[in-house]
Every structure is written in C-alpha cells, then in structure tokens.
Write a protein that binds this ligand. Structure first.
Ligand code: SAM
Length: 197
C-alpha cells in the first residue's frame, strides 16, 4: 500500500521537515546519533542530518527509501537506511541519543505498544524521544492519517505510556498543516518530548 502511494511523482509529505521537528530542533544536536522510524521519503531524517546528527532512517517501503536516498543526495546529507517492517526491528541492537516517530499511526494498539517499548529501549539513558501525530479528533478533519480512532493518541494515553520517562512536552493542539498532499489542512495534533531516565 505504501509503495503504491509513494510511486506517484513528487513527495507525498513534501521535502520540508514536519513543523514539530523544526520547533524541537534544539534537541537535534551535532554529533549525536538519531533513529528516525517509519521515516518515509526522508524529509525528517535529512533535516536531522543537516543539523549534524548521525542519522539512521527506517521504513518498510523500498520506494520511500529510494526517494529518501535521492533527497539526501540532492541535499548533500548523509543518512544510513534500514528497510524493513518495524515488527521485525531489532530495538536492542544499537542505542541512540534520540529516537523520533513522526506520523507513525499505521500501528494499531498492540503494535503501537511494542513500538513505544522499542523506542525506549533504543535510547541511551538521558536520550530524547520525539513523537508527533494525530488525536482521535483528526477523523473529523479527514486531512491525513488513517481512519482508525484507536490508532490515534490522546494526552492521557501518552502520559500513561511514557510515565517511566521524564516528560518535557506533552501538548494537544489544532493547527493548519501543509506537508505535501498527504497532510493538508486543519489537523488535530499531539506532541510528546520525553527524556529517558
Ligand atoms: C504517514 S507516513 C509518515 C512518513 C514520515 N514519518 C513523514 O512524516 O514524512 C507513515 C510511514 O510509515 C511506514 N510504515 C507503515 N507501516 C510500517 C511498518 N510496519 N514498519 C515500518 N514502517 C511502516 C510507511 O511506509 C510510511 O512511510
């Protein structure tokens, strides 16, 4: 499904980073390592690399990763890629200074729990977790994301899921988003920034 969506010309979510990532760029520190899961066509991993981070980008779509490689090359950015389903990802192989999940709401609740657990395990102590996505109210806007309320995040859900981390930001808000044709229009968003103890 994702290969087909990405096979169309252009970049489904644009080539600019998610606004959330731009706003949290103080956490993108030169020389630190980052893992960007379900990174798609690379707009976020390339931005991290341009900030001087050593970035690994992961996605299940080979079409997306091909495009991400092209974007990185065009921007002179260096990113390492991991193609594969997050269900099979070895979260314990490497620990990173920062792990980011931006619009990863393909994951139903059980899979989401496993991803959240993996993201925590893949962080060094003191490492930063960035998570950005939609709230259930997004279904009324219909401007991006899957039509699955159970995949969306609420403040209570994230507070509970990350209660074993120091929560630095947990914010629900509505905003106009223009990120390619994939995310376009008023959106019900939620941000989490948390530090591993
Ligand atoms: C909404 S897109 C977001 C892409 C990127 N994070 C961004 O913000 O531009 C969701 C991404 O999840 C990837 N994906 C879907 N299911 C996956 C899975 N099981 N494992 C890894 N990636 C997956 C898709 O290929 C797609 O690139």
């Amino acid at each position: 499904m994702w290969n087909e969506r990405y096979s169309k010309p252009g970049f489904l979510f644009g080539t600019d980073p998610a606004q959330f990532l731009v706003e949290q760029q103080d956490y993108l520190q030169r020389g630190k390592t980052a893992l960007c899961i379900a990174d798609g066509e690379g707009r976020n991993s390339v931005f991290m690399a341009e900030k001087g981070m050593k970035v690994t980008a992961q996605d299940a779509s080979e079409v997306a990763i091909d495009k991400a490689r092209g974007l990185a090359a065009a921007r002179g950015a260096s990113v390492a890629y991991r193609l594969g389903d997050l269900r099979d990802f070895d979260w314990d192989e490497t620990q990173y200074d920062l792990v980011a999940g931006i619009f990863i709401q393909f994951a139903e609740p059980d899979f989401r729990d496993a991803i959240f657990d993996g993201m925590k395990r893949a962080l060094v102590p003191g490492g930063i977790l960035l998570l950005h996505g939609y709230r259930p109210e997004q279904l009324e806007y219909g401007t991006g994301g899957p039509p699955c309320a159970e995949n969306m995040y609420t403040v209570d859900l994230l507070r509970d899921a990350f209660s074993d981390m120091e929560i630095l930001r947990l914010e629900a808000y509505d905003r106009e988003v223009q990120e390619g044709c994939g995310h376009s229009g008023m959106s019900a968003l939620i941000d989490l920034v948390a530090r591993k103890f």
